[in-house]
Design a protein around this ligand. Structure first.
Ligand code: COA
Length: 165
């Protein structure tokens, strides 16, 4: 396996990341391009895990909460579609949790679809707990889930997940 490293995302990464965005934006690359540029601008931040030659193999972004100085959101967690390089998602979430702590956040929130088994599995295993669910009006049987990781495991049920990369 290529040696991997974490680095802040840069605007030049966009052409490589664009096709990954299609997976969660109904194929509309403009939605992802706009979100990516927003994620590069403080107070947001975006990170990639890159191969030795600098090519990104995973992306995540962090955005502070608008209502609490000690909470933020994990967004745009993604690894390229098939053939998906293994073992990138978990280190990305670990990176997000580390950055979240470095920013002094006590809570990190994330939204996903209830049908998104890989992401749900990952978040729950890393100590996020579901805090809300609601129906997706665009499709019968679909629903969103909001999950939260809280420092110290203060949420009911605790944060017992393994957060190691
Ligand atoms: C969610 C996502 C980031 C996970 O990345 P990944 O590189 O597959 O994650 P890892 O290889 O580090 O695996 C993490 C865990 O997920 C599990 N996993 C991977 N694919 C899975 C699947 N289809 N069903 C269930 N679990 C799965 C792995 O087995 C691993 O668990 P383990 O360590 O207990 O064995 C990736 O699937 C992705 O980019 N999906 C599309 C975008 C997306 O859904 N983003 C999240 C939206 S909030």
């Amino acid at each position: 396996m290529d040696e991997r490293c974490e680095r802040p995302a840069v605007a030049e990464d966009l052409p490589l990341l664009l096709p990954w965005g299609a997976e969660l934006t109904a194929g509309d690359e403009r939605v992802f391009a706009q979100a990516f540029h927003q994620a590069l601008r403080p107070p947001a931040e975006a990170w990639v895990i890159a191969e030795a030659r600098g090519k990104p193999v995973g992306l995540c972004a962090l955005t502070p909460s608008a209502v609490s100085s000690c909470a933020g959101f994990l967004e745009w967690l993604r690894v390229p579609p098939a053939p998906r390089p293994p073992g990138v998602g978990r280190p990305l979430v670990a990176l997000a949790l580390r950055r979240s702590a470095e920013r002094g956040w006590r809570q990190l929130h994330v939204y996903t679809f209830g049908e998104n088994r890989p992401s749900l599995h990952l978040y729950l295993d890393m100590g996020f707990l579901p805090v809300a669910t609601w129906r997706d009006f665009r499709g019968p049987g679909r629903h969103y889930v909001q999950l939260c990781w809280e420092a110290g495991g203060d949420l009911q049920g605790g944060n017992g997940g393994r957060a190691g990369g």
